[in-house]
Design a protein around this ligand. Structure first.
Ligand SMILES: *[C@@H]1O[C@H](CO)[C@@H](O)[C@H](O)[C@H]1NC(C)=O
Ligand SMILES: *[C@@H]1O[C@H](CO)[C@@H](O)[C@H](O)[C@H]1NC(C)=O
Ligand SMILES: *[C@@H]1O[C@H](CO)[C@@H](O)[C@H](O)[C@H]1NC(C)=O
Ligand SMILES: *[C@@H]1O[C@H](CO)[C@@H](O)[C@H](O)[C@H]1NC(C)=O
Ligand SMILES: *[C@@H]1O[C@H](CO)[C@@H](O)[C@H](O)[C@H]1NC(C)=O
Length: 416
């Protein structure tokens, strides 16, 4: 009697757990963060990520654009999907995207070409495709993460994007239809994203959406040692990529810079931004001249013929190699206070252009550029950057090489 009662109880408990575990993936899995790989495309030198989209799912590559307002997908080359829904003029989706125009299409209907749909233009993103596109929705699928490994795959059934152009772009801007905002809305994530770019074309760096720990092998949590500085807004751009450089030091000594160039003016000129679309940091001419002059003086290296786009190249034979790259004078970007310093070591300041030639990896941007300092990809590699859009805060790590890890050390082996 007692044993059959126990057996019954056992069966009930078993049933309970079986039903719980069956229900779990669909009903109770809420990702805390998402993860995407990012790599440097060897032929275009752009940083590229991929996601899965459509029904049936296909993998699509997207060029990373920190300033881009939304996701662009190339619809010219055979977009096939049974779950594609164009956004109709004056619908809620169009107003969310602030797309007021109404488009017609004079060929057979297909994704990217439907009547009565609102169109999107690459308004503030100089890097986007030059054509317009149709606002639309389709399913996308990405990997969640616990911060250490990729976890279960999650989907957004009606992800809003622009269908058109010839080049896919992953827009990480502040706009309401930027990828960080749409992922935050779909999964109740914090409106944050983080990037960690690699220098190696054969290894993946990583992009995170949402908050959490960001753990690199061998078990180094990057979230615990970030330095924070405000993200600024530019009156003519929604890109969440502006920050304040207050002064620049070379070899720990300040160089003389026209302070007016370092602020963002009401016409959108001036200031400092971060851009993954620029390969190297671009400096307004007077800043470039001051920085290179100080660098040449303190480095005391033998100059050799310069190699475009660089103006200062050196014989690297006598340059010692360290964990953080060639031993050269440090370059410091002093941010909102004297203690908030982004230090650039040799691995990020120098570019090895040939066996014996090292160039200073900064480029002259001319005397009246829109942005005085554009911190480009080479200077971002193996640095971890977190953009918190909700609190307008940038977290940065400086070189991970000094912490015995790199941006290619995220463990992409799934834990499920
Ligand atoms: C759009 O409407 C026009 C008429 O206004 C028609 O000629 C055209 O075929 C339609 N295109 C599509 C894609 O339905
Ligand atoms: C974000 O995640 C980190 C690391 O897990 C945690 O310490 C922090 O409290 C979280 N921040 C918020 C605002 O939830
Ligand atoms: C400093 O830069 C501003 C542009 O922001 C320019 O108008 C001004 O002439 C510059 N001052 C000097 C001394 O070069
Ligand atoms: C620069 O290097 C040369 C040898 O390469 C050395 O003789 C000279 O003293 C150095 N100058 C300074 C200022 O360090
Ligand atoms: C990467 O993660 C997988 C899954 O958790 C684990 O089995 C593997 O040991 C990890 N790799 C390293 C190098 O720690």
């Amino acid at each position: 009697m007692a044993s059959s009662l126990q057996f019954l109880l056992f069966c009930i408990i078993l049933l309970f757990f079986v039903s719980l575990s069956n229900a779990k993936p669909k009903l109770t899995f809420h990702p805390r963060a998402l993860v995407l790989p990012v790599w440097k495309d060897a032929s275009t030198n752009q940083y590229v990520t991929h996601i899965k989209q459509r029904t049936p799912l296909v993998s699509i590559n997207l060029v990373l654009d920190l300033g881009g307002e939304f996701m662009w997908v190339d619809c010219d080359q055979g977009y096939v999907s049974s779950s594609y829904i164009p956004a109709h003029c004056r619908s809620a989706k169009c107003s969310l995207a602030r797309a007021n125009g109404c488009g017609e299409c004079f060929s057979a209907p297909k994704p990217g070409c439907n009547n009565n749909t609102c169109s999107m233009f690459p308004a503030n993103s100089v890097n986007g495709p030059a054509t317009s596109g149709e606002l639309a929705q389709d399913v996308i699928s990405v990997q969640s993460t616990n911060g250490k490994n990729p976890g279960p795959i999650v989907s957004v059934p009606h992800y809003l994007f622009t269908c058109g152009g010839v080049k896919g772009m992953a827009g990480l801007g502040r706009a309401r239809i930027g990828m960080p905002s749409l992922f935050a809305a779909a999964f109740s994530l914090q409106r944050k994203f983080a990037i960690c770019l690699t220098s190696s074309p054969s290894a993946n760096g990583v992009i995170f959406f949402g908050n959490g720990s960001y753990v690199m092998l061998p078990n180094i949590d990057l979230s615990s040692s970030l330095i924070y500085t405000p993200l600024l807004t530019n009156p003519v751009s929604t890109a969440p990529v502006y920050t304040q450089v207050k002064s620049i030091k070379v070899n720990e000594r300040s160089i003389s810079v026209n302070k007016s160039l370092l602020s963002i003016h009401s016409d959108g000129y001036g200031g400092t931004k971060i851009s993954t679309v620029n390969l190297y940091t671009v400096l307004e001419t007077s800043i470039y001249n001051a920085l290179t002059k100080a660098f040449v003086k303190y480095a005391n290296l033998t100059r050799v013929a310069s190699v475009a786009p660089f103006g200062f190249c050196f014989d690297s034979k006598n340059v010692v190699s360290t964990r953080v790259g060639p031993a050269v004078p440090s370059i410091d970007l002093v941010l909102q206070s004297k203690k908030i310093v982004w230090r650039i070591f040799g691995s990020n300041s120098m570019v090895q252009v040939s066996k014996d030639v090292l160039c200073l990896g900064f480029v002259d941007g001319g005397s009246n550029p829109r942005t005085s300092i554009v911190i480009g990809g080479h200077q971002l590699e193996n640095n971890f950057l977190q953009f918190d859009l909700a609190t307008s805060r940038l977290g940065f790590s400086s070189s991970l090489l000094s912490r015995q890890t790199t941006c290619s050390n995220f463990n992409f082996t799934s834990s499920v």
